[in-house]
Design a protein around this ligand. Sequence first.
Ligand code: ARG
Length: 592
Amino acid sequence: MTVLDHLNMAVTTAFEALGYPQGFANVVVSARPDLAPFQCNAAMPVAGYFKKQGETKSPRDIAAAITGQLEGHADIAQLEIAGPGFINIHPSDGLITRAAIALVGDETTGIVKAEKPLTVMVDYGGANVAKPMHVGHLRSAVLGEAIKRLFRVQGHQVIGDVHMGDWGLQMGHLVSELEDEQPELPYFDPEFSGDYPAQSPVTMDDLARLYPLASNKAKSDPDRLERSRRATAELQAGRRGYRALLDHFIAVSVEALKIGYGSLNVEFDLWKGEAAVDPLIPSMIDGLVKAGIAEDSDGALIINVAQDDDKKDMPPVILRASSGAVLYHTTDLATLVDRKAEYNPDLILYVVDQRQALHFQQVFRAAVKAGWFRAEAMEHIGFGTMNGTDGKPFKTREGGVLRLDDLIAMAKDAALQRLKDVGIGDDFDANEMADIAHKIAVAALKFADLQNQPLTNYVFDLDRFTSFEGKTGPYLLYAAVRIKSILRKAEAAGLESGAIRPEHSTEKALVLALDSFGRAVDGAAQKRSPHILCEHIFSLAQSFSRFYTECPILQDGIEADVKASRLSLAQTTLRQIEMGLDILAIEIPDRM
Ligand code: ARG
C-alpha cells in the first residue's frame, strides 16, 4: 500500500465515524505541493450531499470535523484547512518510513500487478514492405513499444505484432518492375513448375530502388499503373511465381526492419502482416455472406456499419471491391479472425496514426456485428504527427521521406556534439563513445515523443531533444548515470546500504516521489499514454537531485547509519528510474 492508500484509509475511517458518505472520502496528490503533499477536497461535495437532504452544513465546518476526527492519527503529521474547505495533509514520518522500507524491499518499487491478467495484443509499427518508413511508423513503434511494456510489467500477457503492410499495390509495383529488369527470372515464367531459388533475387537496396521507380512511372503512365494493378491482382489470386517473390520480399524486408526497429529497442513477438492472413479471407467472406452481414452493393461486397445515432457519415466496410480486389478493411478483419483463433485476446490495441481513425471505427463495428469481439475489446490509440518547423510532417533535410537510420544518425551526431560541448567522454574510447551517443540519440528521440499526449503534434527540434537540461531523454540518462557513479564510489569507499530512515525534507519528498511510481505506471496504462510515466521519471530525477544536494552520501563526517540510509534511497531511486526508462524502452549507458 502506498502512502496515498494509507491516507485514503484514514480518511475513509474518519468519514465512517462522522457518518459522512464514504464515496466522497478521497485523498489526492496535492495540486499545491508547496503547501502540502496531499489534500482532501471532499468537504465541498459532502456539504452538497447534506444540502440535498435538507441539512445546511458549511464546507469549512465539515472540513473541521474531518480534521478533528483525524487529529492524532499515527499516519498523519499535520492537517490544515485552506480556502473554502480544502484539507492539506502531511503524512507522518512513521508512514513515510514504512513506505520507504516497502519500496526498498520491493523489486519493482511499487508496480501493482493486475488482479486479472488479460491477454492483450498490441498492433504497432505497421511498416510497409519496400515502401520507406515515415514518421507515423516511427511514432507507432516508439509509442506501441512503451504501451506493450506498460501492460507487460503489470502482469498482463502481451503480444506485440508488427502487422506489416505487405499485400497492397506496392507488391505489384515491385513484381512488375523486377520483371522489367530481370525478365529471365523463373518467377515470371508461367510454365515454370520447378522449385524456385531459395536465395532472394533482390536485396533491401534493390527493393528501396525498385519501388520508387515503379511508383513514379505509374504516376504519369496509366498503362504502367495498370500493369502493377494486374500484378497485384495475380499475386493475390495466388500466382505461384509471384507468391514466391512475395516471400522473398517479405523476408528481405523483415531482416532490415528488425535492424531498424532493433536500433530503437523495439521488439515484436509476431512478424505477421497482411499477406499472412490472406488464406483466411475466402472462408471469412463466405461466413459473413451466409450470416447476412455482408451484402452486395453494385458488384462490391460490403458491410453496412452506419448507426442511427451517427453524427458523421459512416461509409460501409468494403470487403471486396467490384474489381475483385480485397482491401485494407478486409485484411484487418481477417487479422481479427486470425487473432481470435490464435490468441483469443481480451484486448487489442491498435497504435496507428490518428488519420486512420475512421478505418478502425469501421473495422471494429464490422467485427462486433460479426459477433467476433465486444466493442470494448478493440481500441484505436491514435497519435498526431511529428512535424518539421514548417508545420508539415517531418522530412529529412533533402526533403525526402524519413529513413530511420538517417534520423538516428542525425540524432547521434547531435548527441556527439553535445557531449563534446560539455566535455564528457574525452577519455573514452571511440567504441564506447559511439555506444553512448547512440543511447543518447535514442533517448532524445523517444522521450521527446513519449512525453506528449499521443494525439498532440510536436515539432522536430533536435537541439531541444538532445539538450542535457530540461525535460529531455538525455537529462534523464544523465541523472541515472550520476546515481550509478555515486553508487560506484560508495562501493569503492566500502559503504553499505542499510535501514532507511528519511529525515531531511528533501529525503521525505524523494520517498513520496518514489511512492507514486505504481500510480504513474497504472495511470499511463489506463490512459494509454506513456507521458504520465515520463512526467513521473522526470520529477523523480528532480527530487533526487534536490535530495542529493542536501543529503550527501560520500562526504566525510556523516554518521554511518545516515549514509547507509541515504545509500538505500539512492539505490532504490536508480532502480526505479531504470525500470521506468526500460518501460519506455530507453537504455542507459554505464557512464557518460
Ligand atoms: N501499414 C499501415 C500503414 O502504413 C499501418 C498498419 C496499422 N495496423 C493495422 N492493423 N491496420 O498505414
